[in-house]
Design a protein around this ligand. Structure first.
Ligand code: CTP
Ligand code: MG
Length: 400
């Protein structure tokens, strides 16, 4: 059996910007180009390039969404993905990404998610230049326009175009060089190459690619849309859909009695029964199912997607959680095989409404079969003392 070596290369994909100039009403990384977001396209390109530890730097609070995109792009290399929250500037976001890189990584590429259509060959060229001994290497394109130096509306002179190049990403560096340059930086630089040059290192240029243009304005987004729609588009081929085996996941949840209003459990309202307490409705059955499904798909856990930083889920019922979870799995390329959940409690008596609960839970999951069983604990433990309920769920997910 061969053991996959830990990659020497790390790619930091900065995606934490707000996209003010695009003005799409949400962070630029999550804006759709076609059926896929800017971030997803950028990550498809990263995963088509040589194997690397991939650190996605997400807008704070959107780490769960970024993780879903990264896992969907990663195919069978989910273990290579990390997600961290970004900072207030691109430089702060890169610094956050650097902190998350694995210790074995000794070549770091920093890539703008906004350069969503960058072909894998650009990654390969940058990596090769650093492997060949450059402290840093960046992709550049010749400048096509004639460039003038101006002061206000006065032309001061021409600039020799041959001396100029437009810088793109991914920009690659020896890890020790980039770490030291970031530690020494006392102000903001326009790109990583400038920061490393300021620290006294020569940075090499390798050929960039027109498709590595940055999506900044609505016109850039239109250009990307046209390129993807064109039948002759010469674009990085999406990874072959390597067949993945089915996966299982387990989830548990416990809630205490003592909430306000009516009891909600297994997706049903139970009039006259004491309520459970919790950030949402305390439905331990639904929450255990969510954890089992997210765990099976490798998408984190309930806190990743529905934590207290998502106020829209305060007071929400099972259908909201389960529908969103099924959606997350679908986006990541999974379909739900089945879910089995057992709840431990003294009351309510469950059997009479089992079929109804199973139907409601199954519908919220888009039709996947859900079995619910209930048991008592012979008077033992908190469930036996009637202080609360606990639920245990197992889920099977299948590559879609
Ligand atoms: N970026 C980041 N953290 C920031 C700012 C930018 O990770 N605080 C990332 C962006 O997500 C983008 C890349 O850096 O992938 C290049 O930045 P830019 O194109 O300027 O994106 P935004 O800052 O999002 O856009 P705008 O400046 O129009 O707000
Ligand atoms: Mg910006």
């Amino acid at each position: 059996m061969s053991i996959t070596p830990v990659p020497r290369v790390g790619v930091i994909v900065v995606a934490a910007g707000s996209g003010t100039r695009l003005g799409a009403g949400e962070p630029k990384a999550f804006v759709g180009i076609d059926g896929r977001s800017i971030l997803r396209h950028a990550l498809d390109g990263v995963f088509d390039a040589p194997s690397a530890h991939v650190v996605v730097v997400a807008p704070p609070g959107r780490e769960g969404d970024a993780l879903s995109e990264a896992l969907a792009a990663s195919g069978d290399r989910r273990d290579l993905v990390s997600v961290v929250a970004g900072g207030g500037t691109r430089q702060a976001s890169v610094a956050a990404g650097l902190q998350a890189l694995w210790a074995d990584v000794d070549i770091v590429l920093v890539h703008d998610a906004a350069r969503a259509l960058t072909p894998p060959e650009v990654f390969a060229r940058v990596i090769a230049a650093v492997e060949d001994g450059a402290a840093g290497a960046i992709p550049v394109l010749p400048v096509i326009d004639t460039i003038k130096r101006v002061a206000g509306d006065e032309i001061l002179g021409a600039v020799d175009r041959a001396e100029l190049a437009a810088a793109q990403t991914p920009q690659g560096f020896r890890r020790d060089v980039l770490d030291a340059a970031y530690e020494a930086a006392t102000r903001d630089y326009t790109d990583d190459a400038a920061l490393v040059a300021e620290a006294g290192h020569a940075v090499a240029a390798v050929p960039g690619h027109p498709l590595a243009f940055k999506i900044t304005t609505a016109a850039d987004l239109d250009r990307a849309r046209h390129l993807l729609a064109a039948p002759t588009a010469h674009l990085p081929a999406r990874l072959e859909n390597t067949p993945l085996p089915p996966r299982v996941g387990v989830g548990t949840d416990v809630h205490a009695f003592g909430g306000e209003g009516a009891l909600w459990l297994a997706g049903l309202e139970w009039p006259g029964e004491p309520a459970l307490s919790g950030h949402s409705d305390g439905d331990a059955v639904a929450h255990a199912i969510v954890d089992a499904l997210l765990s099976a798909a490798g998408l984190g856990d309930i806190g990743t997607h529905f934590g207290t930083d998502h106020p829209e889920y305060a007071g929400a019922h099972a259908d909201a959680f389960l529908t969103r979870t099924a959606g997350l799995l679908g986006e990541a390329g999974w379909r739900i095989g089945n879910v089995s959940v057992q709840v431990q409690m003294n009351r309510p008596r469950f059997a009479a409404r089992r079929a109804e609960a199973q139907r409601v839970l199954s519908e919220a999951l888009g039709g996947a079969p859900v079995s619910v069983t209930a048991t008592t604990t012979d008077g033992l433990g908190f469930a036996g003392r009637g202080e609360g309920v606990s639920a245990f769920a197992v889920a099977l997910v299948i590559p879609a």
